[in-house]
Design a binder for this molecule. Structure first.
Ligand code: SF4
Length: 297
């Protein structure tokens, strides 16, 4: 399918930006959901599930899984797509690693995904807290596999190595979008820098993972070129999902990509040699992360 055909196929849905049916989800209120919510509150933690207004919260929490967000809930960056609050963080919570580990133990997670805000004001970007969180989780639950979804540490590879030395099982770092859209979508990020981070981790033998959002104005060719750039950096696992505008202050949705197009990108990705491609409207970095990683760890 060429780009014109792709655009035409979604014209109806994009015009009024009305959410198509395939993006409509309900927030169930199961006992498991309530338990996750209580644990997060009791342990005074943040999750990207809530902070980023993830549409999968009902499903994931009902299966007793969540993605913990460390280093607080105020981010030093102002990405156009992200619902996390931008500002100047005031503190570094050194007890947070213990509370995250405790929550992972209480949820009895076989596979935990941890992410963080950007803390560009810190010399190490928060790497020491990252490493401590991995260590504390290993102590509390030695069998749990750990995926870390990390920031770019502004290219401070000493900071990156502090995280890598703590030996996470999967190293995830999101590219977020195609390079042409960086100024609008991820103004403080650099496409090439993020690829370099992924390559460093791969060269050290880590399983690596990355993701982008679709529907921000990228073309089909740009998505394929981005996938090729990932392959050159040795990325193993990728995620592609639909961008959804969290509030009117965030970037608008350019268009809703159809499930069929996502399927096509999955096929292209597998042909390019990724070990696994999760591609679908509701796919997020940590969506069914355990299943995706099961093929490689
Ligand atoms: S997909 Fe990830 S961020 Fe979204 S609810 Fe599930 S675990 Fe949380």
């Amino acid at each position: 399918m060429n780009n014109k055909t792709l655009a035409e196929s979604t014209e109806k849905e994009s015009k009024g930006r009305t959410k198509p049916d395939w993006l409509k989800v309900r927030l169930p209120s199961s006992p498991a959901y309530a338990k996750v919510k209580k644990l997060i509150t009791d342990n005074d933690l943040h999750t990207v599930c809530e902070s980023a207004a993830c549409p999968n919260r009902g499903e994931c929490w009902s299966h007793s899984t969540a993605t913990f967000m460390i280093l607080g809930n105020i981010c030093t960056r102002s990405c156009g797509f992200c619902n996390v609050i931008t500002g100047k963080p005031t503190e570094l919570d050194l007890d947070e690693p213990r509370r995250v580990a405790d929550a992972i133990a209480k949820l009895d997670l076989e596979y935990a995904v941890i992410t963080s805000v950007n803390r560009d004001e810190l010399k190490d970007g928060g790497a020491a807290v990252w490493a401590e969180t991995i260590r504390q989780t290993r102590l509390a639950c030695p069998k749990t596999k750990i995926e870390v979804l990390i920031p770019d540490f502004v290219g401070n590879w000493d900071a990156l190595n502090i995280v890598l030395d703590a030996k996470p099982d999967v190293l995830n770092h999101n590219i977020e979008t195609v390079p042409r859209l960086y100024l609008r979508v991820r103004p403080q990020g650099k496409f090439v820098r993020s690829l370099e981070l992924l390559k460093i981790a791969k060269d050290k033998g880590f399983v690596t993972k990355s993701g982008i959002m679709l529907g921000l104005g990228e073309t089909k060719d740009e998505v394929i070129d981005t996938m090729k750039a990932w392959r050159k950096s040795g990325v193993d696992l990728v995620t592609l999902g639909q961008y959804m505008q969290p509030t009117l202050n965030h970037l608008p949705v350019d268009r809703f990509v159809t499930p069929e197009e996502f399927d096509e990108f999955k096929e292209i990705g597998l042909e390019l040699g990724f070990k696994n491609v999760f591609s679908g409207p509701l796919v997020r970095s940590s969506y069914h992360a355990f299943e995706q990683a099961a093929e490689v760890i």
